[in-house]
Each structure stands twice: as structure tokens, then as C-alpha cells.
Design a protein around this ligand. Structure first.
Ligand code: ATP
Ligand code: MG
Length: 267
């Protein structure tokens, strides 16, 4: 599951770590690959990622086996993280001159032998080679959309890139899931944006949206997901519900979404 949106701060990392934790807490084995030099997913999962730690950079640029960088996430059984260090900031440029520069992450994942039910890749806010590596490696794209005015700007470019990667590098790739984040039900703007997104994408949009919640934004400063930081909070419950929806839909091929039954305005 490639979690991508080149717009910054829309909830990619928050969504990645909290969906991954939700699924792991229900018994799935889940790997989070932190593909953002900011290393926010590694921080949020409480995984060591200072400059000397073996990381996704070594996997992409040095062809180090993924198994040598993956760390178990403290507190959540079955959840693992391949951390990003600041080195990854240079990878975007270093990759340009390497062979098979778009498929280095895919190769690493293909030769990872531990059993896994889900892999989430947290992308940086750009459409460069790191995001292309994620799109070549993944099957499904999950786009978090923040319920704010500029939310839909730039989305066309993202969808175009998904089409390009599908056409040239990875025929399985498709946008399977859209998640509305930071939803503030008190504002008319949030519901307008939500309606527009649902009108545009239909069944790909999860019925569950994620509310704006202070607990969600506090959790990373404790190196935790909201699931362990405040399990009963509205943010925690909404990510659990979104994960349940995703798990129930299972693995789908391109274009299967529209055959699903949806109640209440999802079309
Ligand atoms: P970047 O593009 O920089 O990687 P991102 O898309 O990964 O950003 P996040 O880091 O997940 O976005 O979220 C941006 C900020 O919004 C963070 O400070 C995060 O804690 C906060 N945030 C995310 N989701 C929520 C929410 N539902 N309620 C309140 N704050 C949130
Ligand atoms: Mg992020």
C-alpha cells in the first residue's frame, strides 16, 4: 500500500503509522517502510533512526537486504519498520545514475522472506524517484486528502503519475483507497470538500473519515501511534474503523471498487 500525496502535511505519515498499528493490533503482520528523509514515520513508531542506523537509504543505494534494516516496533506485536535516516535526502539524486533506479525498492521487497500481511510505504511530499520506487513496488495507492480548500489541487498530477507508472513500469498499480483526514465536522468547508471528493472518486473513498484530533497530533512526540497513546480517543477509534473497512475490502484489482455496495452518498 503506497501512501502518497505530493501535497505536504495532509496526513500521509499519520495515516500510515496508525493504519499499520490498527492492523497489527488485530493480529496482522505489518511492515512500514519509511521512504521520507524526514523520518517522521520512524519517529512516530519509536524506531531508532539517527544517522548511523542501517536504513532504507542502504537498501536503495547500497542494495543492502531489507531484512538487515527492519526493526520491530516497541509496544506493538507484529509491527515492523524499515527506518529512514537523513541520508535518504541524497538518494533522490544518487539514484539517478544507478541501474534499475525505479525498481530498487521492489527488488528489495521481493527478496524479503519474512511473512507479512501488509506493507505500507510512507512517501515524501514529492513525485520524485523515491515516490516512483514506491509506486513500482506497490499494488495499491492510498491517497490521504485533507479536508481543506486546496485539497484537490495537484491531485490530477498525482493521478497522472499513477497512470504513467501503471503504463510503463507496474501494470498492477491502481488507486484503491482515498481517506479523508483532519475532518472538522463543524465547518461547512470540510463537508463540502468531503462531498466533492466522494462525488469524484466514489467507492474508493473510505466511509470512515479521520477527525481532527489533538490526541492524534500529540502521539508522535511520545514515539507512539494514537492506538497505544490513547486507545479510546476518537482518533484511535476512527483509524481502527478505517483499517477494518480496508481489511474487509481485501485485495482488489484495478476498477473493482465500483462493484461494491455503498450506502449514504458515497457515489
Ligand atoms: P509530509 O508531507 O510532511 O510528509 P504528511 O502528509 O505525512 O506530511 P502528517 O505528518 O501525517 O502529514 O501530518 C501533518 C501534521 O498534521 C502533523 O503535525 C500531524 O500530527 C497533524 N495531523 C495529522 N492528522 C491529524 C488529525 N487527524 N488531527 C490533528 N492533527 C493531525
Ligand atoms: Mg509524512
Amino acid at each position: 500500500m503506497v501512501v502518497a500525496n505530493q501535497k505536504g502535511g495532509v496526513g500521509k505519515t499519520t495515516t500510515t503509522v496508525n493504519l499499520a498499528a490498527s492492523l497489527a493490533l488485530h493480529g496482522a503482520r505489518v511492515l512500514v517502510i519509511d521512504l521520507d528523509p524526514q523520518g517522521n514515520a520512524s519517529t512516530a513508531l519509536g524506531v531508532d533512526h539517527h544517522a548511523e542506523v542501517p536504513s532504507v537509504y542502504d537498501v536503495l543505494v547500497e542494495a543492502k537486504p531489507l531484512a538487515e534494516v527492519v526493526q520491530p516496533v516497541p509496544d506493538v506485536e507484529g509491527l515492523f519498520c524499515a527506518p529512514a535516516t537523513i541520508d535518504l535526502a541524497g538518494a533522490e539524486i544518487e539514484l539517478v545514475s544507478l541501474v534499475a533506479r525505479e525498481s530498487r525498492l521492489k527488488r528489495a521487497i521481493d527478496s524479503y522472506e519474512q511473512p507479512l500481511d501488509f506493507i505500507f510505504i510512507d512517501c515524501p511530499p514529492s513525485l520524485g524517484l523515491l515516490t516512483v520506487n514506491a509506486m513500482v513496488a506497490g499494488n495499491e495507492v492510498l491517497i490521504p486528502i485533507q479536508c481543506e480548500y486546496y485539497a484537490l489541487e495537484g491531485l490530477g498530477q498525482l493521478l497522472h503519475n499513477v497512470d504513467l507508472v501503471r503504463g510503463h513500469l507496474n501494470p498492477r498499480l491502481h488507486v484503491s483507497t482515498i481517506l479523508l483526514t483532519m475532518y472538522d465536522g463543524r465547518t461547512r468547508l470540510a463537508s463540502q470538500v468531503a462531498d466533492e471528493v466522494r462525488g469524484h472518486f466514489g467507492a474508493e473513498v473510505l466511509r470512515t473519515s479521520i477527525p481532527r484530533s489533538v490526541r492524534i497530533s500529540e502521539a508522535p512526540s511520545y514515539g507512539q501511534t494514537v492506538l497505544t497513546y490513547d486507545p479510546g480517543s476518537s482518533g484511535s477509534l476512527s483509524y481502527l474503523e478505517a483499517a477494518r473497512e480496508m481489511a474487509l475490502r481485501g485485495v482488489r484489482g484495478p476498477g473493482e471498487a465500483q462493484h461494491e455496495q455503498h450506502d449514504g452518498g458515497a457515489q
